[in-house]
Write a protein that binds this ligand. Sequence first.
Ligand code: ADP
Ligand code: MG
Length: 695
Amino acid sequence: MTNVPELFGSMVFNQKTMKDRLPKETFKALKKTLDNGEPLQLDVANVVAHAMKEWAIENGATHFAHWFQPLTGITAEKHDSFINPQDDGTVIMTFSGKELVKGEPDASSFPNGGHRATFEARGYTVWDPTSYPFIKEHTLCIPTAFCSYTGEALDKKTPLLRSMDALNVQAKRILKLFGKDVSRVATTVGPEQEYFIVDHELWSQRKDLRMTGRTLFGAKPSKGQEMEDQYFAALNPRIVKYMEDLNETLWKYGILSKTEHNEVAPAQHEMAPIFSTTNLSVDQNQLAMEVMKKVAKRHGLECLLHEKPFAGVNGSGKHNNWSMSTNEGENLLEPGKTPESNAQFLLFLTAILKSVDENQDLLRISVASAGNDHRLGANEAPPAIISVYLGDELYKVLEAIKDGKPYANDKSSKMTIGADVLPAIPKDSTDRNRTSPFAFTGNKFEFRSCGSSLSIAGPNTALNSIVAYTLKQYADELEKASDFEQALNALIEREVKEHWRIVFNGNGYDESWKTEAAKRGLMELKTTPDAMAHYMDAKNVELYTSLGVYSKEEMEAHYETKLEKYSQILNIEVNTMIEMIYKDILPAAYSYIDSVSKTVIDLKAVVPGAKAGAQAKVLAKLDALTDELSSKAELLESAHEKAESAGDTMAVARAYVDVVLPLMGEARAVYDEMEGLIGEGYKPFPCYEDLLFRV
Ligand code: ADP
Ligand code: MG
């Protein structure tokens, strides 16, 4: 048995290690940086770097790397060894404070959305001391933010930290109105990570899985998820071994892996950590995804993080559980027990309603990707329409406020915030609706539209920002009021009324919701290009720039990068598809046709009057289908070419989504029909049944 407490965080230079390894004075100085964001002095950094290096070497490290999160959405690291040559031909191992605090990777090879002209090619990375360094394989990884020399963010971390700061400032203003002087308000996140596990050998035989992360072809297996026998089912022994190894590795990195279970689809699973401060959670989720893939390989398995690896079975998401907490430990989304704390809770809740309602587009944009588009709106994931689920109890409370009526039947006067006690909200009754994209689950909101492979830096930057923006407006209004309680009541009543349309407790998968949502004027942004068309709207530019989360130039860079990436993914998918048609599928069909034709000739030689009817039928069908598939390949080639030269990034993305993607669906349908006709020994690659049921 593993000694978990001993193992936990053993590869992390966490506060305990810092305390053990650093001189008292140094630790005290560093702690100020950790707790209050005070800048780190170079002499302190030097001492920290030395201790960190000694610790890293003892744990097998020879290199260090600034670990950062460029706009690609994955992490990047450039390794440097600790070696330092001496005059006598030997080396010593060194690591300076300067090397710890600042690095200079070449920024020009990372996406910057065409800002190469204004952004200097050289960028630098700076240590984010609030996220702990850790040892991965032989490298000490230092979590950093990545900026250009002119100060623009080139990564996802910097805007995230800025959004956390913005929310901190505004939430503190609100708390002050309630007589609370807190040191810091931080957002917290617990991401529930879904994934698929398939056999490595089978995976390696599919070019689509290897190149694009999803199957571009493949008929539904005879058994899918209809038996509902997979969710929370007992684990298969190979998966058990995988999960044990995964947990141990995650724990070593200080990741609080807590829950593991089978998901709804066959071969689908989930790992959920205990929540932590958002920036740490974002870093750890990036690391967790990397670990999940690596550990799978050790077990002859492959971990698929794509949002929709298989058509016709559920895709994978990442539920982003989000809340706000004070340094003193108060969760601001915990419904209160006294009238005063209720009023505070209701104000934050109202702020979230307004934020989500006014910024449906920003939330949808924050989860938009080629992969996630296959999931959102399909009959499993939250719809592409953003709405808020409150649970029955809270719904009734807000409804009473909105209508100026008493809550429940036992009160005769209208509900007055700050005077009535909010009834206890039973926790489990709040999480019944799995179809809502944004659900209140007792003491946090769960943003369920995030895709499984997505960096959650983006969605959390959006969430923190939209809420900070609203809190700012509320604080501006309430600080001016002569009678706070009265102003508060008026504000909440007004705002709940104004944003009531965003509240939806019904079934988000139901077709009728689309009609209803349209009636309410809610946005349905089906695809990434549809969503991105709103990104640079004046409202959004004003929101992000006024908070200092993004500059307009950074937003433009994001806009370009996101659309470019979208088109690149489709470009790879369509190339892979065409290649598979010519190199895998058609040859397999031909050899089956050839073999069946030969049996007919042989048969007729032996039995002159033989009908060979079954063979003839299959041959005729396959002949027609191969012809159709090769025509589709030609159409794809020309549509693809046209898309490439359609114009600006939006025009290219639109051509992919409007023309290429539907054609890909048509080509797939032709193959899926063929798959059912080709003999088992002739199939071009492992089918769904192999992938989903042979682990
Ligand atoms: P479920 O959604 O399956 O009922 P839980 O309610 O236990 O599960 O929590 C799901 C996730 O939400 C976990 O990662 C948990 O750590 C996280 N979570 C719980 N409280 C908070 C909070 N205050 N802020 C952010 N995440 C939280
Ligand atoms: Mg959940």
